[in-house]
Design a protein around this ligand. Sequence first.
Ligand SMILES: [Zn+2]
Length: 374
Amino acid sequence: MIRHRDIEQLQQLSQAPGKTLTVYLDVDQTNAANRKRQFETHLKDMLKQLRAAHPDDDELTLTCDEAEEILRTIEPTGKTLVLARHRGLGVTFRKVIRIALPSFSYWSHGAFLRPLLEALDEHERFGIVLVDQKRARLLTVFLGDIEEHRDLISQVPPRPDSPTSDKLRSQSRMERHHDESVSAHVRTVAAEIARLLDQLEVDRLIIGGNVGVASELARALPKRLRGRLVEVLPIPVTATTDDILARASEVQTRIERAEELEIVRDLLKEVRKGGRAVAGLAATLEAINEGRVWKLVYLQGAAIEGGVCHACHMLFDPADERCPVCGGNLQREPHLVDRMARAVLDRGGHVEMVDGPAAEALRAVTEVAALMHS
Ligand SMILES: [Zn+2]
C-alpha cells in the first residue's frame, strides 16, 4: 500500500538534482508471461533499449545494473513494480502496487511519477461505517487494504422487553428514552464520520450494520456526504475486517467496472460518428505519432508487436521495415502497447487499461483506441 511517507519520498525524488531512473514493470502473476520471474528479462530488455537511447552515459549504465540487482529481491505481490533509483543520493523507492500500469523506463531529471500519481488519484478511497443502536465503526478501504479508524460506543440504555400491564406507563417512557438515546447516538456518529471522512479524503461511503439504524444514519448525514453514499449494506457491526474488505471490494469493483464501461462506450460512440476518437492499431499509431492523443485506451494485457524508428522515434506496424516518415531503420518492439502508452504520457496525455465488461465491449471493435484532444 502507498502511504503518505512514500509520497513524500517520491516527491523528493521528483525534485532531486541529477538524473533518476524510473521503472514501471508489469509483474502481475495472473499473466503467464510474468511467471518464473520472467519479468526480470522484460526489465533487462527495457533497460537495454534505454541505454541504447543514451549511449556513453556511464551513470545510466551503473544505475541500470543496480535496478536489475534490486529487482532480484522483489516479490511480485501485486500488479506493477514502481522503482525509482537516484544513485548520487543513494535513494531508492520500490513498491509493488495493486494497480496495473504500462511498463516502461525513464532516465530523466526528477523521477517520472505522473502515471503513478494519476492512478492513485483515480483510485477511490471508500469509507465504511457500521452502526447499531450504540456502536459505530469507521473503516477505509484503499487499493485493496483496509484500515479501522474509530470504534465508537455511545451510552444507550437498553430497550425494555415486552411490557407488563402494571408497568406500561414507565415502560413507554423507558422506550422513548431508549429511542431518543439511539437518535442522539446516530447524530453523534453522523458528526464524527463527517469530520473523519473529510480528514481521510474519502470519495465514497458504504453504510452497514443494523439496517434500521443504518438507514437513520444515512438520513442524518450532512448533504455533501449523502452524495458520496453508495449503498446501505447488511454487514454485521461485528464483522471481521477481512469480511468487510471483501464486501467493500465487491462494491468497488462493480463501480469501477461501470465507469470503465462508460469510458469505452463513449469512445466507441465517438469512433462511430467520426468524432474525436480513433480505433484500431494503424489509426491509433498515426494519432500518437502526430501527438494528437489525449487518452489512450487499451485492453489490459494486449500483446502487440511493432517497430520504433531508430531516427525519429515514431511507432509503426511491424509489417514495415523502414520508417515511412524518414526512411530510418525500424527496430522491433515486442511491447508496442507499453511504448504507445509511454509516448502518450510523455506528451502529457493519459492512459486507461480496461478489464472486465469494458474490455469485452472494446474487444468487439479493437484492442487499442484513443480519444483525441478536441
Ligand atoms: Zn523515422
